[in-house]
Design a protein around this ligand. Structure first.
Ligand SMILES: Cc1cc2nc3c(=O)[nH]c(=O)nc-3n(C[C@H](O)[C@H](O)[C@H](O)COP(=O)(O)O)c2cc1C
Length: 318
């Protein structure tokens, strides 16, 4: 299946990046500072639209990002493109208003999650942008490819936030059989060797969330960042109790919020009606993926990217 922008636009996209990395959109973690720092470091920065509490705030954030990334100082290098992450779930009420802002500010990439990318496709292809759908199964990948997306972000087992269940080995191989557009692998990638390994599997880019929660520019509170630094895989609890879909959470944050990690009640199905009012669950109970053990310090995003780049180049040279 051929996507509309493949392959020239996708090759041009890769050429603009210092590393084949998306700093993944993260609920309550990614804001304009993280996006700007990512793009200025040569990797794609993204934030979920619901992180802006109101459409007015979203308008300000998107306006600021497009303005600041659009003005390159004479002699300066062009920043990497940015991505707007949209919740496309049928119960999410703000999508129409968010799509109007997408049409106004024209983020070069739009990443849809939790639902059909169709509404976004019409708007984003209208101005020549790239649409990527987050998917966590081959069935969803087929549907999104048939809808005409330019790229698929394969959310694999071990991802932070809502995790997938598939191994990237199997997932990339199956999707490559019917999709020749951009493939992004997400889940559990914590270092430059992992980025290179994903390329070996046939992916074009990787999406890394957990590795960047601790960036100084992220919106995560200091205690969350310290918990991520201290944690490893053994500290993760997989449950649907908080959002209605499987996600990994830091055990210590569950206990701190007053729950017993051993007796959580699974919640069947997601409902994002009034999502802005339901923020507390994610605010108090903190998610991280299986790459959490690779995170050892709170530091500026540029330093994290510089280290990933050294690790990636060393892996390639080896
Ligand atoms: C705290 C947290 C919040 C997340 N929130 C979102 C979100 O709002 N929208 C989304 O599409 N993905 C979200 N994700 C998933 C990321 O975009 C990405 O797929 C994931 O972080 C990749 O796995 P990794 O964390 O193991 O690197 C979230 C991930 C984390 C860790």
């Amino acid at each position: 299946m051929r996507s509309t922008n493949a392959p020239e636009a996708l090759a041009a996209l890769r050429a603009r990046l210092a590393l084949p990395v998306v700093v993944a959109p993260m609920f309550l973690v990614s804001g304009p500072e993280l996006v700007l720092a990512a793009c200025r470091s040569g990797v794609i920065g993204a934030f979920p639209a619901p992180n802006a509490r109101t459409l007015e705030i979203l308008d300000q954030w998107m306006g600021r990002i497009s303005r600041e990334l659009g003005s390159v100082a004479p002699g300066g290098t062009s920043p990497a493109p940015w991505a707007q992450n949209l919740v496309a779930h049928s119960s999410y009420e703000r999508l129409d208003g968010e799509l109007e802002l997408v049409d106004r500010y024209r983020p070069p990439l739009v990443i849809t999650a939790l639902g059909s990318p169709r509404a976004a496709l019409e708007v984003v292809h209208g101005y020549g942008g790239i649409v990527i759908a987050d998917v966590n199964s081959v069935q969803h990948a087929r549907k999104a490819a048939a809808a005409g997306v330019d790229g698929l972000a394969l959310v694999c087992a071990g991802a932070g936030g809502h995790t997938g269940r598939m191994s990237p080995f199997a997932f990339v191989a199956e999707v490559r059989e019917f999709f020749d557009g951009l493939i992004i692998v997400a889940g559990g990638i914590g270092n430059g060797r992992g980025i290179h390994a994903a390329e070996q599997l046939g992916a074009d880019l990787v999406s890394m969330g957990t590795r960047f929660i601790v960036a100084e520019e992220s919106l995560a509170v200091a205690e969350y960042k310290r918990m991520v630094v201290a944690a490893d895989c053994e500290d993760l609890v997989l449950t649907s109790a908080f959002s209605g879909a499987d996600a990994y959470y830091l055990r210590q944050s569950i206990e701190r919020a007053g729950y017993d990690p051993a007796s959580l009640t699974p919640k069947p199905g997601m409902d994002l009606t009034g999502a802005q009012a339901k923020i507390r669950a994610w605010k108090d109970v903190w998610s991280a993926g299986q790459g959490v053990g690779q995170v050892s310090a709170i530091e500026p995003l540029a330093l994290i990217v510089a280290r990933l780049r050294r690790e990636y180049e060393a892996a390639r040279a080896a």
